[in-house]
Design a protein. Structure first.
Length: 217
């Protein structure tokens, strides 16, 4: 039985969030294709994980037998997150762009699961090759050739972390121009937003089914 690790980090809930709408579409397609599978869900907005502390960080570089009580407690929380990553057969992450980067709650999760010598920094990281789909929504457009291309730090950062550091099999779905319906100055971009949204939903449905099909057999 396959396990999907689903992580959302958007501040807005339900349909008000573009990233949550698309991750929900992916998840439903995955479950329809693989109903006997397990979904481990983390909503980092309503239930944020602890930011990486000195205790949790230093414990990752020392023998457990030498941990102080504070280090042991902090590291146990970190290990729980790492084990969820390691045990997942597929990963789904909602990563909206806030102020040109990812939400701090998602950064905190990443800081916890990156453990050199286990999930990173070795020839075969613990989760190597696990497919991960990131829904990287954004209010404008930061695509190549656009005026704000140089301000795209979400995909660039997550490529470095998820693909190059954790060695995951990374794929992006990018709903863009999500502020167009609310911002009168972007009114002429609404058709492009609608096309981007439709493509993202179709891509999520297709990718959810494809990802589940790897394990359904």
């Amino acid at each position: 039985m396959a396990t999907l690790l689903h992580i959302d980090s958007a501040l807005l809930a339900g349909p008000a969030s573009s990233s949550r709408t698309v991750t929900d579409t992916f998840r439903k397609a995955w479950q329809e294709q693989h109903p006997e599978g397990t979904v481990v869900y983390r909503d980092l907005d309503t239930n944020p994980v602890p930011h990486l502390s000195a205790h949790a960080h230093l414990a990752g570089f020392s023998d457990p037998s030498a941990h102080t009580p504070e280090q042991a407690a902090a590291f146990a929380e970190r290990v729980k997150l790492i084990e969820e990553l390691e045990q997942a057969d597929a990963i789904l992450i909602g990563a909206p762009m806030y102020n040109y980067s990812i939400p701090s709650t998602l950064k905190a999760w990443l800081d916890n699961v990156i453990l050199f010598g286990r999930t990173a920094g070795v020839e075969a990281p613990a989760a190597k090759g696990t497919p991960v789909t990131v829904v990287a929504s954004r209010g404008g457009s930061y695509a190549p050739g656009t005026p704000r291309e140089g301000m795209e730090y979400v995909q660039n950062y997550l490529e470095a972390i998820l693909r190059d550091t954790l060695a995951l099999d990374l794929d992006f779905i990018v709903p863009e121009l999500t502020m167009a319906p609310q911002n009168p100055a972007m009114a002429e971009l609404v058709p492009l937003y609608e096309a981007s949204r439709e493509k993202a939903l179709l891509d999520a449905q297709r990718k959810g089914k494809e990802t589940a099909a790897r394990h359904a057999a």
